[in-house]
Design a protein around this ligand. Structure first.
Ligand code: ADP
Ligand code: SF4
Ligand code: SF4
Length: 587
């Protein structure tokens, strides 16, 4: 059985420990060099040949920095890349196919981006040894697989890459949207892309004034306009509303229709389902190793991912399967007492009007907030938070409100722990076990706030929001950059906190599966983005989903095996039947 020893370099802190790993290792105690402390860095190096896998060091290390992993024997000799000795290890690779969209689904930190880097030729794989593999070695490694010819020609494969985070885009590209797009229009596709992605209104705008959702659509358009063999899209859905997600999915599918090979990483499973022909499940232990499984058809692949078990490989990669209740939603139990009643409110800006219809919030409930972007969701939330004064109507509330904005700020110069202490003061004793642990924030404590990835920053921002003692929690798009398991975990943590504190939460989200999972009721926004918006509800899940999805023009059915919602193909028999019955989601 191949065994690897991985030391998480962010967690290992030889200056703050007593080198427990070294002192307790039985191999070291009998005089072998199972662990040596590197002189230049004072860091431990574990010899995988000498290590017996006893696991003592993993328990003794105060920072849980070491993972000793026994891998299935099928993976022997299948390591495609290792980030140095005791570094993260990636096994196998996804297979791009001309004319198809191939999806990667799996947790953050199991090597999806690494796999994309390798396939794009930007990272030369080392097959687990120290040096980059020669073309001959790669040829041998991939013998008999579709990747053999891919790597034989990797110098000539032209690859276009849409990076995960688009927030940094204005730092890299400058100028007007239109000029940027025309500059990259190698396929003569810009006109179609502008209309498919709804960019018409922002063509003359400078990139530095674009919102996250606008930057995302611009990035997708710019990537799709280029001429290449393989296109990679890393999380194309972040910051897009449901309507825009479906349009983005169609634009990406169009590339495959034109004969291109497309690979996407996506955590919105409804979108992944809608977009892909095949799916590779990527599993492993975040930060330690990852395995890219063989491709499966999109429905089976997503179900296997939810199930946590790969039958052909006989690998269980998650203890429990993820299930969705096929609830015809029970009538809302207004169990909790009334927390807030708000009257009719209006807010007008120069070009935008929001009309809020009266509503109520109850203790212990999570209200999902759905609707297009630029429809007034944030404006509503900011009025509740007292940050904005209504133009008409009066909002009188003494409620303490804690708010997580859509784009968490990162200017703070210091560590995660310092930042959390600066905004929260003394930690509540329950904060660690109930919030920090389940959200996986503890291992980030020593990291600098400015160097976190999108998903890490998101979890820290959620922790800061729900770590405050408040009556009402407002979280704007907390699922952006989180993987599926983190989304579900986040939902559980929020639920627990509001139940304990007799509070309620409003959660803005565009991932239909997350909304379904997290919400007790729905607040629906309709209107004309950037011009006017109206609120409806909070109302029952069924009514809310129907109202919302009718606006979007898409119906969902349930997968019989997992209960997960799947978007119906527009115009299909099921789609038409459900539209006629007015049942867009719950059957
Ligand atoms: P995913 O895309 O699935 O989130 P990544 O490929 O980004 O996963 O990362 C997988 C692991 O590899 C992480 O633990 C990450 O810290 C590590 N890693 C990524 N790039 C490097 C690098 N240049 N050097 C060392 N480790 C790296
Ligand atoms: Fe210390 Fe743990 Fe690093 Fe070993 S692995 S040096 S015990 S922090
Ligand atoms: Fe030493 Fe055991 Fe750790 Fe291997 S698992 S390095 S043998 S303590």
């Amino acid at each position: 059985m191949p065994r690897i020893a991985v030391i998480n370099r962010n967690s290992c802190q030889p200056k703050r420990c007593s080198l427990e790993c070294y002192h307790y290792c039985p191999g070291v105690r009998t005089g072998e060099e199972t662990i040596v402390i590197e002189e230049s860095t004072n860091r431990p190096v574990i010899s995988e040949e000498l290590c017996t896998g006893c696991g003592i060091c993993t328990h003794k290390c105060p920072f849980h920095a070491i993972s000793i992993i026994n891998l299935p024997s099928e993976l022997e000799g299948r390591c495609i890349h290792r980030y140095g000795s005791n570094g993260f290890a990636l096994y196998e690779l996804p297979v791009p196919r001309a004319g198809s969209v191939v999806g990667l689904v799996g947790p953050n930190g199991v090597g999806k981006s690494t796999a994309l880097e390798i396939l794009s030729g930007r990272l030369r794989p080392n097959l687990g040894s120290g040096e980059a593999a020669t073309p001959k070695q790669l040829n041998e490694f991939f013998k008999g697989s579709e990747l053999q010819s891919y790597f034989s020609d990797i110098e000539r494969v032209k690859v276009i890459y849409k990076p995960q985070s688009v927030n940094g885009l204005p730092k890299i590209v400058k100028g007007k949207v239109n000029d940027l797009l025309l500059n990259v229009d190698e396929r003569g596709a810009v006109e179609d892309l502008v209309s498919a992605l709804g960019l018409g209104d922002i063509l003359t705008r400078d990139v530095k004034f674009l919102s996250g959702g606008e930057l995302q659509r611009l990035a997708i358009a710019a990537a799709s306009a280029r001429d290449a063999d393989v296109y990679y899209f890393d999380e194309p859905s972040s910051h897009l509303d449901v309507f825009q997600r479906l349009n983005a999915a169609r634009a990406i599918r169009k590339l495959a229709k034109d004969g291109k090979a497309v690979v996407v990483v996506e955590h919105d499973l409804a979108m992944l389902d809608y977009m892909c022909d095949y799916v590779h499940v990527v599993y492993g232990q975040p930060g330690a190793y990852g395995v890219v499984s063989s491709p499966r058809g999109v429905r089976t692949g997503i179900n296997v991912f939810l199930d946590g078990y790969l039958r052909e490989e006989n690998v269980r990669f998650r203890r429990e399967s993820i299930k969705f209740e096929v609830r015809p939603p029970s009538k809302f139990r207004a169990a909790g007492k009334l927390l807030l009643t708000y009257p009719k409110l209006k807010k007008s800006f120069r070009d935008f009007r929001l009309e809020v219809t009266p509503g109520t919030l109850h203790v212990g409930e999570i209200v999902g907030v759905v609707g297009p972007n630029a429809i007034g969701k944030t404006t509503f939330v900011r009025m509740l938070a007292g940050e904005l004064k209504p133009t008409s109507g009066k909002l009188e509330t003494k409620l303490i409100i804690s708010y997580k904005p859509q784009y968490p700020k990162t200017e703070f110069d210091g560590t995660v722990e310092e930042w959390l202490r600066s905004v929260l003061g003394e930690f509540d004793p329950a904060f660690e076990p109930e919030v920090l642990q389940p959200l996986g924030v503890m291992p980030l404590f020593e990291r600098n706030l400015t160097e976190l990835s999108g998903g890490e920053l998101q979890r820290v921002a959620i922790a800061a929001c729900i770590g405050r003692s408040a009556d009402l929690y407002l979280l704007d798009e907390p699922s952006a950059y989180l993987d599926v398991e983190q989304r579900l975990q986040m939902a559980r943590v929020i639920r627990k906190v509001i139940e304990k504190r007799d509070a309620a939460a409003l959660v803005v989200d565009h991932d239909v599966l997350s909304v379904d999972f997290i919400s007790d009721r729905l607040l629906v926004f309709t209107g004309e983005p950037s011009r006017s918006g109206t609120t409806h509800g909070p109302m029952e899940m069924r009514d809310g989903m129907n109202l919302f999805l009718r606006e979007v023009g898409v119906t969902f059915r349930r997968d019989p095996q997992t209960g997960r919602p799947r978007a119906n193909k527009p115009g299909s028999a099921l789609d038409r039947e459900q539209q006629e019955r007015g049942e867009y989601f719950y059957l």
